[in-house]
Design a protein around this ligand. Structure first.
Ligand code: NAD
Ligand code: 022
Ligand code: ZN
Length: 375
């Protein structure tokens, strides 16, 4: 069939809207009509050419929501008309990783997903007979896409596509980092570095679980208001701190009863390795945990003195908020529909596919929290 897609033909060039060919679903695959998709940093990371594993030409996009249009042979858990969110971290429930219950990083289709093809090694997308690569197993920058059944979460039908698409990456990553990875308890003192589309979701996750102190750190003063909107209790602009930022944060968390100070949990939502070090070192001696969410530039390294870990601070990372997509994503959609979490105010821009490059510009200039393309 002919579908409308924003195609990344080569690195560092704008996306081009084109009519491309999409083959129907094969064994275990599902054709989905994408209704809306968010634009996220990883799409830009790949499009810019900075991603050493980026493949071109490709149909990018990994933050979508839509409706099942057709199921291939052997598909049991989905039917035509079901509402779904694509998962760049699938959940097969059969591989050693899924069975371990210790990680959400399903390995069932990992190799082919990284190679930009379906699990059988071929692509469903082409243009004038030339193969186009899939991206993160999702390719949501097209009004129809094909995915493996295990890479789709079935969601309730009253959820608005133009909002819940954000649950396909940013919302689940931020809230999941709090709930699944850190397992933050009520009363905790927390610091969130970087108040963008991820950090604001960490903040609302911390509010949800009843954290006491939610300190937001951002070099952009406009983020104070944004943080407060979602539950931040204190704001620190590193450029306005006299002296050392880490010492300042540790001081803020001190009490008469605890003169050591430090956060119970910190979150890096910047992708900057210098910030990652600050986030670890702002943790409380003996138990503080720092969660790395930000994706650093290719080849970047983190460092700290081992003493920081010897004295009980813990460094952790998280992919997709540690969420098992088919199990956890429908619950997060419920939380949104029940008013337990907010999404609408974070979607600062909505546009048609023909203006998708403007969405990338807004993100690159730091002018948006989230842009959503509606088909
Ligand atoms: P964003 O650009 O919207 O937000 C980043 C924020 O960090 C901005 O507000 C910026 O002002 C602030 N910042 C930059 N440098 C800073 C510094 N030195 N100190 C304090 N604040 C600083 O980005 P986002 O959409 O929120 O994404 C954040 C990161 O999370 C990215 O690296 C993204 O790739 C990553 N991410 C990871 C996962 C995962 O599964 N691990 C999923 C989604 C996104
Ligand atoms: C999404 N991300 C950043 C912004 N939006 C993002 C990027 C990478 C990962 C997660 C979220 C990630 C962490 C660990 C891995 N990935 C490796 C997983 C594994 O090897 O099992 C990751 C993922 C998908 C892809 C590449 C890296 C891909 O499909 N190309 C989950
Ligand atoms: Zn993303």
């Amino acid at each position: 069939m002919k579908v409308r897609a924003a195609v990344a033909f080569e690195a560092a060039k704008p996306l081009e809207i084109a009519e491309v060919d999409l083959e129907g679903p094969r064994e275990g695959e599902v054709l989905v009509e994408i209704k809306a998709t968010g634009i996220c940093h990883t799409d830009e990371f790949t499009l810019s050419g900075a991603d050493p594993e980026g493949l071109f030409p490709a149909v990018l996009g990994h933050e979508g929501a839509g409706v099942v249009a057709e199921v291939g042979p052997g598909v049991k858990s989905l039917k035509t008309g079901d509402h779904v969110i694509p998962l760049y971290t699938p959940e097969c429930r059969e591989c050693p990783s899924c069975l371990s219950r210790k990680t959400n990083l399903c390995t069932a289709i990992r190799a082919t997903q990284g190679q930009g093809v379906m699990p059988d090694g071929t692509s469903r997308f082409s243009l004038d007979g030339r193969k186009l690569h899939h991206y993160m197993g999702t390719s949501t920058f097209a009004n129809y896409t094909v995915l493996p059944e295990i890479a789709l979460a079935k969601i309730r039908e009253d959820a608005p596509f133009d909002k819940v698409c954000y649950i396909g990456c940013g919302v689940t990553t931020g809230i999941g980092a709090v709930v699944n990875t850190a397992k933050v308890e009520p009363g905790a003192k927390c610091v969130v570095f970087g108040l963008g589309g991820i950090g604001l979701n960490v903040i609302q996750g911390l509010r949800l679980v009843g954290a006491d102190m939610i300190i937001g750190v951002d070099i952009n003063p406009a983020k104070r208001e944004w943080g407060e909107r979602f539950g931040m209790t204190h704001f620190v602009n590193p450029d306005e701190v006299d002296g050392d930022l880490v010492a300042h944060l540790v001081n803020m968390t001190k009490t008469p009863a605890d003169q050591i100070g430090g956060a119970d949990y910190t979150f890096d939502c910047t992708g900057n390795v210098a910030v990652m070090r600050q986030a670890l070192e702002a943790c409380h001696r003996g138990w503080g945990q720092s969660i790395i969410i930000g994706v650093a530039p290719a080849g970047a390294e983190i460092s700290t003195r081992p003493f920081q870990l010897v004295t009980g601070r813990v460094w952790k990372g998280t992919a997709f908020g540690g969420a098992r997509g088919r199990t956890d994503v429908p619950r997060i959609v419920d939380w949104y529909m029940e008013g337990k979490i907010e999404i609408d105010p974070m979607i600062t821009h909505t546009m048609g596919l023909e203006r998708i490059n403007e969405g990338f510009e807004l993100m690159n200039q730091g002018k948006s929290i989230r842009s959503v393309v509606v088909y």
